[in-house]
Design a protein around this ligand. Structure first.
Ligand code: FAD
Length: 490
């Protein structure tokens, strides 16, 4: 354990632990994590529950709508609290960013390195030896009925939704082992310890600078307040946490920082801007026999299809509501209608107390709202046909049968929990860019951001695997830049 590590990583979530894993043999690394570490091997609740103890979450509230915006807190971060849906995104997501070194061809190696795919591991676009087990569960009766219905309606079969360009009806790829959620706490933490000093319960209040060089961080942990110094600091604190830490440390929009009484270290208007999420609308129905849904969180049938436009993509899938909302009957099933290519953009701002003021602005864009209404309409047709077959029961007055579906969709739209984009990666000459293609924060030396916040545009997929891939690639970029003489564990 080093008092002055080569690299200090802030946040032990999806990206942070993969970054530590990639660096551990070549550099001395300390990881600080604000939330708890429930232990190794992980306790059963951590693997099988979908509503975890309060200490495992941050609960932000949308400043416009009051919508609850949970984020994972503790070792594993979001990968500990999430539904283990393990989707990669489409090649055109990454190619569309236009960031040198981050095309699909560049990122594919990272996706392969982090996974061991249980069904398609020998396909050239999959990995068979990485720490995250990706598998597909056997579809249950309701999943089978939806798959058959979608096939009748002409959607192609998608045997592997993680095959590049996959669209159609299939089953979710999911990061599970023995049906348990297998995120970075379960899969990566045991690989980084003991080489890496991972300190849970340690909150970083601000970064430390010598001029415009980042030299460490001020932390509050079990040993009280401390200043940790490092040659390189990598912020992996998530879509809200990373932008917030940068702003509280003097990196962000000048006016906002000055109003909060924070001295400006680097004026970057993009910090906190470009907030993105996939909006979803839930069509809640009932099944007459609970065996039809088989106590399943997100892991059954998945339909992905394109709407008119440039690869405008939608997801439709059913899941049992109760693992997430214990107060509802076990027979309730939520059919999700999700827009995977949102144009709406939100903002994370600094509140007067140094906390986050979040505005996601789901469906603020008119095209987003119209497209969502279309996806809801398709979902309603599928649900209606399943109801006609006696497989599901509709509620007495379904919201999706209201006259104005655009207004109704806006009213019920919620979060798919895929927040990202608030420390955007891009061309350093673009005023909205926060980190360049090498993940260095503009205007500062010794500081990188590497997590979901760097995404220029949200991928057409759930964001966990992409965040892990970013952590893995960040380590590769840092290794290339570290002094060749740096011995591990110095
Ligand atoms: C409820 C929920 C369900 C989801 N379901 C899915 C799903 O099924 N599939 C999927 O692909 N994606 C899902 N996601 C999204 C996915 O989990 C995230 O995109 C992913 O975890 C983001 O990774 P990250 O490394 O950017 O941040 P995180 O994994 O959130 O990690 C950030 C870490 O930094 C720590 N931190 C923050 N601030 C500080 C600070 N100041 N000091 C010290 N530590 C700090 C946090 O405590 C956290 O542990 C879900 C997310 C949520 C919240």
């Amino acid at each position: 354990m080093s008092s002055h590590p080569d690299v200090l990583i802030i946040g032990a979530g999806a990206a942070g632990l993969f970054c530590a894993l990639g660096l551990k043999d070549s550099a001395s690394v300390t990881v600080v994590e604000a939330g708890p570490d429930p232990g190794t091997p992980p306790p059963r609740w951590m693997l099988y529950d979908y509503l975890l103890p309060d200490e495992c979450y941050y609960h932000y509230a949308d400043a416009d709508t009051g919508l609850d915006l949970p984020q994972g807190r503790g070792t594993g971060g979001g990968s500990t609290v999430n539904s283990a849906a393990a989707l990669r995104g489409q090649p055109w997501d990454f190619d569309g960013w236009g960031v040198p070194g981050w095309s699909w061809a560049d990122c594919l190696d990272g996706f392969r390195a982090i996974e061991s795919d249980q069904q398609f591991g020998d396909a050239e676009y999959h990995g068979a030896d990485g720490p995250i087990p990706v598998t597909r569960l056997t579809p249950g009766p309701l999943d089978e009925a939806l798959i058959a219905l979608c096939a009748q309606r002409g959607y192609p079969a998608a045997a592997d939704h993680n095959a590049p360009g996959a669209l159609g009806i299939g089953v979710w790829p999911t990061n599970r082992r023995d049906e348990a959620r297998w995120g970075t706490h379960a899969a990566v933490l045991p690989l980084v310890r003991p080489a890496v000093d991972v300190r849970a319960g340690t909150w970083v209040s601000r970064l430390l600078f010598n001029g415009t060089r980042c030299v460490g961080a001020e932390v509050l942990g079990p040993e009280g307040e401390q200043r940790l110094h490092a040659d390189r600091v990598v912020v992996c604190a998530g879509a809200f946490g990373s932008s917030l830490l940068l702003m509280n440390s003097g990196i962000g929009p000048e006016t906002m920082l000055r109003q909060a009484g924070i001295s400006v270290v680097s004026r970057l208007d993009g910090v906190g801007a470009n907030l993105q999420d996939h909006p979803w609308c839930l069509l809640d129905v009932g099944v007459s026999d609970v065996a039809a849904i088989e106590a399943r969180p997100v892991s059954g049938a998945l339909l992905r299809y394109e709407l008119p436009g440039d690869h405008v993509e939608a997801e439709i899938f059913p899941w049992q509501t109760r693992p997430y909302v214990p107060s509802v009957p076990a027979t309730q099933v939520s059919f999700t209608a999700a827009l995977m290519t949102p144009l709406s953009r939100g903002q994370v701002s600094l509140a007067p107390d140094g906390g986050a003021e979040v505005r996601v602005r789901h469906l603020a864009d008119e095209q987003d709202a119209a497209r969502m209404a279309g996806i809801v309409s398709t979902t309603a047709e599928l649900v209606g046909e399943l109801a006609a077959e006696g497989l599901v029961r509709l509620p007495d007055a379904p919201w999706w049968r209201e006259g104005d579906l655009v207004a109704a969709s806006r009213r019920v739209a919620g979060t798919y929990n895929h927040h990202c984009g608030t420390c955007r990666m891009g061309d350093p000459s673009d005023p909205g860019t926060v980190v360049g293609p090498g993940l260095d924060v503009l205007g500062i030396s010794g500081l990188s951001v590497a997590d979901s916040s760097i995404l220029p545009v949200i991928p057409r997929a759930n964001t966990n695997l992409t965040s892990m891939m970013i952590g893995h690639r960040a380590a590769q970029l840092l290794l290339a830049a570290l002094p060749a003489s740096a011995p591990a564990g110095s």
